[in-house]
Design a protein around this ligand. Structure first.
Ligand code: ZN
Length: 199
């Protein structure tokens, strides 16, 4: 039965498509939005459309950004000879919050998923190899999650990169097994980075 008007029901249905939003949360958010001043609602919807339309992948590190090259790749203050490989832009953000890392990144936009046959062509792996061929890289730090897929990805990259004579290291344990990097506190992340192990 349709308790609400069509527009409210539509709003609830759209909100329910977001991750972590169940029926009750969607309903609560919908009524919150309906009661917001109209200009707030306009700002919110415009911010969503703007973010979606302007977003693209950095031409160097493949992170999500508004520009052709992201602020980190464009910065002369960063050490461009050290690349940290992470799964997602959120992981990059987590390391940036520690303030302890001054190198650059490469964002794979996922991992290998051997159990589902997801291979290197489905992540930004080719782009990484291109960088290693073109740029002077001293160290590659593998900071994929310590999940099965994250480990498989780190192993695969190590196998491909070591023959190039580039130092490869893996962030230390301290990052819990199966831990999603973006949820781990900054101290633990800094420690994991400091204690990285050369492979
Ligand atoms: Zn970049």
């Amino acid at each position: 039965m349709n308790y609400y008007s069509t527009s409210v029901t539509n709003l609830i249905e759209e909100l329910k498509r977001l991750p972590g939003i169940g029926g009750k949360s969607a309903q609560r958010l919908a009524f919150h939005i309906i009661n917001m001043p109209e200009d707030h609602v306009l700002h919110l919807s415009r911010a969503m459309v703007d973010a979606r339309q302007k977003i693209r992948y950095c031409k160097t590190c493949c992170t999500l950004t508004d520009e052709e090259y992201c602020p980190i790749c464009s910065s002369p203050k960063r050490d461009h000879s050290t690349i940290m490989v992470v799964e997602h832009t959120q992981d990059l953000a987590a390391y940036e919050k520690t303030g302890q890392y001054d190198g650059v990144y490469h964002v794979l936009q996922g991992t290998l998923v051997p159990s589902l046959g997801k291979g290197p062509d489905q992540i930004r792996f080719r782009e990484l190899m291109d960088r290693l061929e073109k740029e002077e890289i001293r160290e590659l730090i593998l900071a994929t999650n310590s999940s099965l897929d994250g480990e498989a990805t780190a192993m695969y990259i190590t196998k491909k990169v070591k023959p190039l004579g580039i130092k490869v290291s893996r962030i230390a344990s301290g990052v819990p097994i199966g831990g999603e990097l973006e949820y781990i506190d900054e101290v633990t992340l800094s420690r994991a980075l400091d204690g990285r192990i050369q492979l």
